[in-house]
Every structure is written in structure tokens, then in C-alpha cells.
Design a protein around this ligand. Structure first.
Ligand code: AMP
Ligand code: ZN
Length: 226
């Protein structure tokens, strides 16, 4: 596959809009890795790297990690062999500086192919995030009320322990929403102007959102791996 054929997708939407769930579902269908900056930071945090230590105080406060380190981290990640066919970006870019940096990184690849935007209300974001639980081993997402595991605190898929993210507390959720409106939402207009934006109702059940997404991909000539 030539470099020009690489496919890059960016997911927009507030925290808790389902970006993580949807990008994970798409990973296998399209053979493209999910690149989640939040997951990359959490990985660094867990392994107590310098980057993890730096990121922690921003993450705990619900603020953005500085652009310079974030952009460098993404640039390095996209050079990994598994991104040979492209990637599905989740949680990046989160402001205009990051968006223009991504354009520069992808300049030789023909730029982005599609930007799905998942819309959900603030009330739903708060409800979803405050009940969210994550598997420590595989990262699978649950909700204490809407999609509980069969056994409380245990992952259905691999028996891993479920935990609540430090930043899924009410105060931090509200701060993250504020940061989203202030810094990330201008990207909606940015990508709309480029003809890349597809807005979807993120309040629907995950399977239905996925069906609409697959249609949007097909409409753009982005096809599942055989
Ligand atoms: P997420 O898992 O996408 O909700 O991200 C969790 C936290 O990681 C955010 O609240 C930020 O502190 C940090 N983070 C993730 N992605 C970015 C980004 N693109 N730029 C800056 N900070 C980020
Ligand atoms: Zn698991």
C-alpha cells in the first residue's frame, strides 16, 4: 500500500459522547488502529514515565496537556508500523493549534478523510461519565446502570478489574465540558469548512450509531477490510 492511500479519521464530540466505544468498534472493521491520546497519557501515567508525570496534573484538573508534548506524542505514534494504513484518532486534536499541527503532519498523506462528530447533551454526558467503568486489562467500557457487567466490578470479556477514572468525578467532568466548549468545539466549524464533518446523534444506542458511521464511511469510499 502506498503512503498516499493511508486513511485518517478524527472523531469529535464532548467527553462521554461515545468516541472511545465507536472507534474501538471500527478498529477491526477497517483494520485501522484507534489512536486515543487519553489512553496514551493513561498508559504513561500507569508506567510512571516523565510524560505521565507531566500529564497527570492536567488530567486530574480536567485541563488539556500542553500542545507541544501532545502533538509530539501523536506524531511519534503515527509513525508506528501498525499505522501503516492510517489511524482513527480519538481525543485528538482538541484545539485549533493541534488541528493545524495534524494537518501539517498529514500534508503528504492527502490530509484527513472524514471527521464524524457525536452530539450528546450535557446532561447525558454527566450521566454517562459518572457511571462509567473501565476494564484495567482490556479497556472495555461499562456503565453501572446502562451497560453493567454480569458480575459487579469484573470485566465480562477477560475477568479484568473494573475501575473508575480519576477524572470521571462530577467537578472534573464539568471542567472537561467547559474546556470542550471553549477549546475543542471551534474545530466543528474548522472541519465543516473543509467538507469533512459528518454530524451524528450520539445519544442513540452504540449499535445504531455504528450503523450510521459505517454508512458515512461507505459514502466517502472508505471501505471495510475484506
Ligand atoms: P480523554 O480520555 O480523551 O477524555 O482524555 C483524558 C484527559 O487526557 C483529558 O482531560 C486531557 O487532560 C488529556 N488529553 C487527552 N487528549 C488530549 C489532547 N489532545 N490534548 C491535550 N490533552 C489531552
Ligand atoms: Zn476486560
Amino acid at each position: 500500500m502506498s503512503i498516499a492511500e493511508r486513511t485518517f479519521i478524527v472523531f469529535l464530540g464532548p467527553p462521554g459522547s461515545g468516541k472511545g466505544t465507536q472507534t474501538r468498534m471500527l478498529e477491526t472493521t477497517f483494520g485501522l488502529p484507534q489512536v486515543s491520546t487519553g489512553d496514551l497519557f493513561r498508559y504513561n501515567l500507569k508506567h510512571e514515565t516523565d510524560l505521565g508525570k507531566l500529564a497527570k496534573r492536567y488530567m486530574d484538573a480536567g485541563e488539556l496537556v500542553p500542545d507541544e508534548v501532545t502533538i509530539r506524542m501523536v506524531e511519534e505514534r503515527l509513525k508506528q508500523p501498525d499505522c501503516g494504513g492510517g489511524a482513527i484518532l480519538d481525543g485528538f486534536p482538541r484545539n485549533l493549534q493541534q488541528a493545524t499541527a495534524l494537518d501539517a503532519i498529514l500534508a503528504d498523506e492527502g490530509g484527513l478523510d472524514l471527521v464524524p462528530m457525536l452530539e450528546v447533551s450535557d446532561e447525558e454526558v454527566i450521566q454517562r461519565l459518572s457511571g462509567r467503568r473501565v476494564c484495567r486489562t482490556c479497556g472495555h467500557l461499562y456503565h453501572t446502570e446502562f451497560s453493567p457487567p454480569q458480575q459487579s466490578g469484573v470485566c465480562d470479556l477477560d475477568g479484568g478489574e473494573l475501575y473508575q477514572r480519576d477524572d470521571d468525578t462530577l467537578d472534573t467532568i464539568q471542567r472537561r465540558l467547559y474546556v470542550y466548549y471553549k477549546q475543542t468545539s471551534p474545530l466543528i466549524g474548522y472541519y465543516f469548512a473543509k467538507g469533512l464533518l459528518v454530524e451524528l446523534d450520539g445519544s442513540m444506542p452504540p449499535d445504531e450509531v455504528q450503523t450510521l458511521l459505517l454508512q458515512a464511511f461507505r459514502d466517502r469510499g472508505i471501505n471495510p477490510v475484506a
